[in-house]
Design a protein around this ligand. Sequence first.
Ligand SMILES: Nc1ncnc2c1ncn2[C@@H]1O[C@H](COP(=O)(O)OP(=O)(O)OP(=O)(O)O)[C@@H](O)[C@H]1O
Length: 312
Amino acid sequence: MRGPDMRGPDGAVLVWEEVSIRYGSCRVVDGVSLAVHSGELVALTGPNGSGKSTLLSVAAGVREADAGRVLVRGLERKADPVAYARQVGWSPQQCGLYDELTVEENLRFFGRLQGLGGNRLHQNLQRVMGQLGLGSRRRQRVGTLSGGWKQRVNIAAALVHNPSVLLLDEPTSGLDAESRERLLADISRLRDEGCAVVLATHQGDEVAAVADRVAQLHKGRLGESARDPSRQPSISPPLLLYGQLRHPPPRFLLRLVRQRLPHGVELELIGRRLRLRAETAESLGYALAELLREGVAFESYRTVASSAARLA
Ligand SMILES: Nc1ncnc2c1ncn2[C@@H]1O[C@H](COP(=O)(O)OP(=O)(O)OP(=O)(O)O)[C@@H](O)[C@H]1O
């Protein structure tokens, strides 16, 4: 149960409204406004020290904004901290897991912290272990897991109470390319299941293929391109196509298709998720036709003609 469907003014589940945060005299987040919707994955990118973790920590409720406010389903934390916490899952950069406990014991512990117990806790543990593919590792001590599996448990711990919003701080950091790809595929599935996901990373290129939108922070300020879509000018917006493939196509075939794409068309693939970006409908249509001609089978796809995103 995700609770009553109370959303922000424009239907957003998570809203940062003119948020500023200081450490001493240093303003590390400066008037940031950003709205995230259900079923949307926003990549929060920017160099080290640009304020990504700080911005997430305010939404997670672990520190207060000095100015502005954060709303989750229209609710401010100070109005009802318990109801707010139920809606938010936070996976911090430093895993807070207990190495000497098993995967399941860790998740049970975090579930209890969220006030879950009995059958509800049991059901939530099953669900979350299924979502992150942890079933076969449930009895393994966390201290013996690889970095990729630890990150999965870290994310599962954030999801155990079934929040509407998932905040992920550098979840792919330190992972090899294959583990990163697998983890990003899992994260995009969580988004597809309806979660509003914000993923902070200083490696924006890596998440561009799965992100619906990229919000770029620089010295605590949000780049023009990443502001709330409704406030953006619609000058030559890119056309985007997101597709879910039946099977991941062989690499040689992708290479072949890429060679034939019209100038300016980008094609990215993570697992079975494909993204095409083009400047015109003609070039997008041409690229799609090329993929279909080569036998790439889509389970589904959607196109977005949007000024919402600079999907870098
Ligand atoms: N507890 C703190 N006290 C003082 N300054 C802090 C504190 N935490 C963070 N900062 C400073 O705030 C700024 C933003 O830090 P933050 O960790 O939010 O950036 P980031 O974009 O997440 O960086 P990274 O990618 O390295 O995690 C940095 O200049 C950092 O040094």
